[in-house]
Design a protein around this ligand. Structure first.
Ligand code: SAM
Length: 277
């Protein structure tokens, strides 16, 4: 017997057919639910918001990991804030040059649930370079100075525990945590769904970094079918990749390529005007 799970908000609904609930827990921070779907593989919801389905998660994970990775060109120390499902780590772990892979998620229960029910994502935690920190990313980042080459913020929406990760102060702290040449990439919502959030976070990034740009990622199971990544740096034009995937890795990637890197930053006029690019 199947039924339908709907994420609602901002006048939209995104509905997915499910065949069974695998897991449900109200943690200290959020409600965690995992379903088996009829056609899209497993589904993770946090506070009723779709985080991923197996069907198209590769698009999000590959782009969130590789836009900042290749904008930098050769990062050795990388921090992921959020990302408790392990998917961004899985993509970063494909890069042998990386020496440090830190992940800071506020909610240990998301990581535990992913390890039990989302093995295709949580395999990212198996890499020996990974160190997990359980903390609020906005506080963790203040203890780091001049250390990371790349920081990726794979957060939930600003409604729940992710709220501090959308503030101007957080962007100032991200900048201080980078080494010279560093690049950040942040989960930057959809201009169709949350235009004010997108505008404000790009403004916070611009107030702190010399080069800021917004890339679009096609993810059909998110409401409006897309999400953005805000990429920022003080030293590089982030819409141009500073290096490209080796042939062996390029053969494995299903979404990211040097051509997609460039193209993702092309903006429809309404987005360009909204973000004042
Ligand atoms: N791809 C996703 C989406 O749909 O936007 C994000 C996925 S990932 C599961 C989001 C993670 O951010 C969750 O594991 C959540 O616990 C974590 N998170 C939320 N607020 C946080 C904070 N303040 N510090 C660190 N991690 C946080």
């Amino acid at each position: 017997m199947s039924s339908w799970v709907t994420e609602t908000g901002n006048g939209y609904g995104q509905t997915i057919e499910v065949t069974g609930k695998l897991f449900s827990l109200q943690s200290r921070y959020q409600k965690i639910e995992i379903y088996e779907t009829a056609n899209l593989g497993r589904l993770l919801l946090l506070d009723g918001i779709i985080q991923l389905t197996y069907h198209d998660e590769f698009a999000y994970q590959e782009m969130m990991a590789n836009l900042p990775y290749y904008a930098h060109g050769d990062p050795e120390r990388i921090l992921v804030i959020g990302g408790g499902d392990g998917g961004v780590l899985r993509e970063l772990a494909r890069h042998p040059q990386v020496k440090v892979l830190d992940l800071c998620d506020i909610d240990e229960e998301v990581i535990k649930a992913a390890k039990r029910f989302l093995p295709e994502m949580a395999c990212g935690f198996d890499d020996p370079r990974v160190t997990v920190h359980i903390a609020d990313g906005s506080e963790f980042i203040r203890q780091r100075r001049g250390y990371y080459d790349v920081i990726i913020v794979d957060s939930t929406d600003p409604g729940g525990p992710g709220a501090p990760l959308f503030s101007a102060r957080f962007y100032a702290d991200l900048k201080k945590a980078l080494r010279p040449g560093g690049v950040v990439g942040t989960q930057a919502e959809s201009p169709w769904l949350l235009p004010d959030v997108v505008r404000n976070l790009c403004r916070a990034a611009r107030d702190n970094f010399k080069f800021v740009d917004y890339a679009a990622i096609s993810v059909p199971t998110y409401p409006t079918g897309m999400i953005g990544c805000c990429v920022a740096s003080d030293s590089r034009n982030v819409s141009e990749a500073a290096s490209v995937p080796e042939a062996e890795l390029a053969a494995v990637l299903r979404y990211y390529s040097p051509e997609v890197h460039r193209a993702a930053f092309a903006k429809p006029e309404f987005v360009r005007r909204m973000l004042e690019f």
